[in-house]
Design a protein around this ligand. Structure first.
Ligand code: SF4
Length: 236
């Protein structure tokens, strides 16, 4: 299993919770705003020593709410992830941050009752935010919707994050995705942050679409009108 490391106590990875967070390498998307793109591309990564990780998780368990696994896209390594979760079961509830497009591996993990919480980004419009050609992005969006249906079917609590972009029409996509969610959930609006605070994969894209302004208030208003619990993360 390939990782870029872990943090024993993090307060920023799941809204309102303290987590022990592990980053796994590799990803099936190429999001232009991604600031973890080195991890997504497998740079700066090493082989995980599962015994060492589990010892550290065990010693920090009393401090945290979740063992949170993020990336990259953790489901790229779903077989190894499944073994890790099986061994970590009982130490702490498990939270998985996934882009929800790898639906078969997702369903296997949920069926095996290895995941207690899911966090995902609602990246829309997909052809802008997935960083892939139009047809592929639209197919991945359909898989994302299926991912939401699967999470709902298994009744796993969901943190639905919206990376808020400047100058893109996102609400119709958010509205569409919400129709698939039938589990306990809330939305976190994450304004896309560009340089100099982060180092996004595609600086040119980010110069057009990072640092949103009125879009945050607009989405918040729409979500609240729809009766959705919503939180807004700020730039700093
Ligand atoms: S933002 Fe997430 S899903 Fe997108 S490329 Fe980066 S790690 Fe992958």
């Amino acid at each position: 299993m390939i990782t870029s490391g872990w943090k024993t106590v993090s307060m920023v990875d799941v809204h309102g919770k303290v987590t022990f967070t592990l980053w796994l390498c590799g990803c099936n998307l190429k999001c232009p705003f991604c600031h973890n793109w080195r991890i997504a591309e497998g740079q700066e990564c090493f082989t995980l020593d599962m015994n060492v990780l589990l010892e550290e998780l065990s010693s920090s368990a009393f401090l945290v709410d979740y063992f949170h696994v993020t990336g990259g896209e953790p489901l790229v390594q779903w077989r190894e992830l499944s073994s890790l979760f099986a061994r970590a079961r009982g130490l702490k509830p498990i939270s998985l941050n996934t882009n929800l497009t790898m639906v078969k591996p997702l369903e296997r993990l949920l069926k095996a009752e290895l995941v207690d919480h899911i966090a995902t980004d609602l990246k829309a419009p997909p052809e802008e935010l997935y960083g892939l050609p139009f047809e592929a992005s639209r197919r991945l969006w359909e898989l994302f919707l299926e991912g939401l249906r699967i999470v709902s079917e298994y009744g796993v609590p969901l943190e639905l994050r919206v990376p808020v972009a400047r100058g893109l029409e996102q609400w119709p996509w958010v509205e569409r995705a919400l129709r698939e969610v039938e589990t306990d959930f809330y939305v976190v609006l994450n304004p896309l942050v560009g340089t100099p605070m982060t180092s996004p994969r595609d600086r040119e894209w980010c110069s057009k679409h990072c640092w949103p302004e009125g879009e945050i208030g607009f989405l918040r208003e729409k979500l609240e009108e729809a009766g959705v619990r919503v939180y807004v993360n700020h730039f700093v």
